[in-house]
Design a protein around this ligand. Structure first.
Ligand code: 13P
Length: 249
């Protein structure tokens, strides 16, 4: 499977910067002489159309950072699957730990968002991960298994979803799990998905949390890694380009 490199720009940048960054990545990718992974950029809502405009008809896809589960209605400040598809999004991050923490998102809500996304033709990237305390007390695998159980819908196809493992203690901290720790969690995710459905192990499993131009290659070489979800480093042209270039398939 071709790897996936997703840039989560979070709440950063201006319209001019978004346009420039998207155009610069595109230029690098078009000039590349080696096979590259799937590349997806997730700008904030106001810049989705701008970035889609720059990338339209190219190999780089666009994703949103969140979505509301209802089709339409009185939900001030929210954005629906239909609207995201309408502006040209193909992917959406769901259940990011920053949404769970700052917006008190529950597994029930996350599952509804995933169901709505799949139904509406958006591919959700479910983000899961344990806290530092949970890791220290030996509960990491248990937490991950529980999140998969409670956040995922009953049925879906392998090509309709992706899973990103983002330990909370690694996000924006510069701390990164060891290759062994990542593989242990990824192996569990693959195993859980395979036991739920035929071909479950083919659901792409990504790692996220303090990925840099320096550590990307070592992570991308791990057996169960199908890609990376990159925050801070995806806002820097050279760094993100090196991360894309570190892909192994
Ligand atoms: P950083 O790469 O900045 O640690 O962020 C990771 C993340 O939250 C991506 O969704």
């Amino acid at each position: 499977m071709q790897q996936y490199i997703i840039g989560n720009w979070k709440m950063n940048g201006t319209k001019v910067e978004a346009k420039k960054l998207a155009a610069s990545f595109l230029k690098r990718i078009q000039e590349a002489t080696r096979p590259l992974p799937h590349v997806i950029l997730c700008p904030s809502y106001p810049y989705l159309s701008t970035v889609v405009e720059v990338l339209k008809g190219t190999v780089i896809q666009v994703g949103a950072q969140d979505v509301h589960p209802e089709k339409a209605g009185s939900f001030t400040g929210d954005v629906s699957v239909t609207q995201l598809v309408d502006v040209g999004c193909m992917y959406v991050l769901v259940g990011h730990s920053e949404r769970r923490r700052h917006h008190f998102e529950t597994s029930h809500l996350i599952r509804r968002k995933i169901e709505a996304s799949i139904q509406g033709g958006l591919r959700p990237v479910l983000c899961i991960g344990e806290t530092a305390e949970e890791r220290k007390s030996g509960k990491a695998l248990h937490i991950i298994a529980n999140q998969l159980l409670s956040d995922l819908p009953e049925t879906f196809n392998t090509h309709q979803i992706m899973i990103a493992y983002e330990p909370l203690w690694a996000i924006g901290t510069g701390e990164v799990p060891t290759g062994e720790q990542i593989e242990e969690v990824m192996g569990l995710i693959k195993h859980e998905l395979a036991s739920r459905m035929g071909g479950g192990a083919l659901v792409p499993t990504l790692y996220g949390g303090s990925v840099t131009a320096q550590n990307a290659a070592a992570i991308l070489e791990l057996a169960h890694i199908d890609g990376l979800l990159v925050g801070g480093a995806s806002l820097k042209l050279e760094d993100f380009w090196q991360i894309i270039n570190a892909s192994t398939r």
